[in-house]
Design a binder for this molecule. Sequence first.
Ligand code: DOR
Ligand code: ZN
Length: 356
Amino acid sequence: MTTAPDTLTIRRPDDWHAHLRDGAMLGRVAGYTARCFARAIVMPNLIPPVTTAQAALDYRARILAALPDGASFEPLMTCYLTDDCDADALARAHGDGIFVAAKLYPAHATTNSEFGVSDLARIRPALERMQRMSMPLLIHGEVTDPAVDIFDREAVFIERVLAPLLADMPGLKVVLEHVTTEDAVEFVAAAGSNVAATITPHHLMINRNALFDGGMRPHMFCLPVAKRERHRLALRAAATSGDQSFFLGTDTAPHAIAAKQAGCGCAGIFNAPTALECYAQVFDEEDALGRLEGFASEFGARFYDLPLNQGSITLAKRAWSVPETIALPPPDEEIVPFGAGETLDWRVEPAEGDSA
Ligand code: DOR
Ligand code: ZN
């Protein structure tokens, strides 16, 4: 890392949790992730979900084709686990370097999770293979029991599902994705080095009040939903602590405006256009800019046993206004980025050779 007055240059970061979508939406959003991140763990919750090596190879090719000219970006593909997933095929695809990790969506926990896992016992053979191969299990950590309050679903998942799973398979490599609670922070900090967590920019910046600030705010709605202020503060402390168990994962999850502003609006916050800038702002506010590089560019790669990126990226402390909307190709029309209409303190400098 190097600093000059009001600039910060760090090793090029990775996004360890991104939804790049497909079709026209993929074409519109992929460049926002590739502008900062060298690699991204690509979520498999398409319709139909990415459950086979061939589907992952095809999706990967569509992502590469959707990138802007000259972008250097590597999509890291993940397998969507289902009740009837084939453990041998999963292990083979991991061995072949096609699936970097597998994603556990509890059935009906979130967007496009209806094909997810109904009971961990159903995927035990796959989990055993993953433990043996050190293949990371990426977890959407929320119970789906309708009797559990939505703000408690992550904490209850840790107690009812994650702790017993790790007691049963202590060597399993796990990323608890997009953590939102102090409970998750404490659990991950106390667990072994095989357990890590990603933290999103929005969960570092908003608490649950943002959902109801003067009216309902569908663009602040994601899953797991933002929690109370004390949880946000615990996330900020974890992200900026230098603890290698916590690393960057944006959970950028674009939905067209009409799908968000609806009677039953979709969960997901599109933060790719502002994510690195938001993280920089948070680390600056916490007086921890010196720890941003580890969180953004080192800890995740080490967890995944991947090489660190070679290039660098420079941020400048130069206030800018986030646009209210970003155009999409018809028929989707528009999408709202995280921070729409707000001023952010940091801005990514264009790479040399970029026309900006
Ligand atoms: O808010 C979310 N959006 N949470 C998820 O888990 C899925 C994601 C999406 O795909 O839209
Ligand atoms: Zn996600």
